[in-house]
Design a protein around this ligand. Structure first.
Ligand code: V47
Length: 374
């Protein structure tokens, strides 16, 4: 037993992690409350290495946001434009325009196209099918990771059919996987305060169940760093773990650090590196049935994402290029890009092994050597 774990009061959790036993609510709370983050990170790294060894997954990807018009008015969001606001800020990409965005990257070996947007009540079901088909036709070699559970609920609503019937059609049009967004925090209190117009927590679970039942795998997120409590975060993680026990359809958990700039919550501070690493570590420890935990560098900065590779994360997302949901930190720009070489350098500098993946975590390249290894 390391004296540091003893001092931090983490002996029992250490024993459980070593034995591969499941952590419970009280363990989650203890992990949030111990100030010794390196002790928490040490434990998370044991779990991380059990899943992935030194491997760190990255993907050559790009993001397409097909509309910013949204009728959900979430207080944490700086991306949306209200329907019929007349302020000229709202846009909808036609399927052809979305395809043209993708074609700009012809010549780059993009493997994943991440496509999400606002809930625009004017878009008919046919639009979503045409969008998938057009983007897939523009880039047949890339996989479409598209539509949060919130968008999928809307798609079923406009199709006027159950999601179980709609999913095979979306699949046939090119949908390969779904991102984890829209989960926010599974707390009725936070739902009421920050995103009351959006699908409720139970609804998110029902949609995820239908998606997984249709053979499409997805991610799950937690939006932290606003008004949520530690208890609510632990419950969120335990809910997701329970759903994963049931469906087995989740690939990766993505903690999303709240960026308050340009939102109704702009008085809140940005999350610290200390807090960001703790979220990743606790997710890795509680989610014993999730193969991957992502350090989304756009939100937590590349240097913290790099540290996170020793605090439970085994995925650093991708090259991204243009992320509209939030701004580049401290700027008004949405341009946020790392080259593949920069991503690989971030990974190898901390002694981890870069592994290129696709949207479904198929490995598409042999790992390159790790710096410092014989
Ligand atoms: O659901 C909105 C979040 C999500 C803000 O699955 C914000 O691999 C921070 O889900 N500050 C959409 N976050 C993005 C998303 C995502 C991103 C990257 C990878 C994956 C994946 C999924 O963005 C929303 C919401 O939780 N969000 N506003 C904000 N101001």
């Amino acid at each position: 037993m390391l004296p540091q774990l003893h001092r931090a009061g983490l002996e029992t959790i250490h024993a459980r992690v070593l034995d591969g036993r499941r952590l419970d609510f009280a363990d989650g709370m203890r992990l949030y409350r111990t100030p010794d983050l390196t002790a928490v990170g040490y434990l998370a790294n044991l779990a991380r290495e059990r899943w992935s060894g030194a491997r760190t997954y990255y993907v050559r990807n790009l993001h397409v946001n097909y509309t910013n018009i949204c009728n959900k008015f979430c207080k944490f969001c700086s991306f949306y434009a209200a329907p019929n606001s007349g302020d000229g800020k709202g846009y909808v990409l036609t399927p052809e325009q979305a395809a043209a965005r993708v074609t700009q990257y012809d010549g780059e070996p993009i493997r994943e196209i991440h496509m999400v947007a606002g809930i625009n009540p004017k878009l008919p079901y046919q639009y979503y099918l045409d969008l998938l088909r057009a983007v897939k036709a523009a880039r047949p070699d890339a996989q479409l990771k598209a539509f949060t559970m919130i968008e999928l609920a809307q798609i079923a609503r406009v199709a006027k059919r159950p999601l179980g019937e709609v999913m095979p059609e979306l699949k046939a049009a090119g949908l390969a996987a779904c991102p984890g967004g829209g989960a926010e925090v599974f707390s009725d209190r936070v739902h009421e305060e920050l995103f009351r117009a959006k699908l409720d927590n139970q609804g998110w679970f029902d949609v995820a169940r239908a998606v997984h039942a249709a053979g499409i795998r997805s991610n799950a997120t937690l939006l932290y760093g606003h008004i949520e409590t530690e208890e609510e975060k632990v419950r969120h993680l335990l809910h997701i773990r329970e759903l994963q026990d049931e469906t087995g359809g989740f690939m990766c958990f993505v903690p999303l650090a709240f960026d308050p700039s340009h939102t109704e919550l702009s008085h809140l501070p940005v999350t610290t590196g200390y807090a960001n690493l703790r979220e990743i570590a606790i997710a890795r420890l509680l989610l014993d049935n999730f193969p991957h935990v992502k350090a989304f560098w756009i939100m937590i900065t590349p240097p913290v994402a790099q540290m996170a590779l020793w605090y439970g994360a085994d995925d650093i997302d991708g090259t991204v290029s243009h992320y509209e949901i939030t701004h580049a930190l401290g700027t008004t720009s949405h341009r946020q890009v790392l080259s593949t070489e920069q991503l690989m350098e971030l990974i190898t500098e901390v002694g981890r092994e870069p592994v290129e993946r696709d949207a479904l975590y198929n490995v598409s390249e042999e790992p390159v050597g790790v710096r410092g290894e014989a």
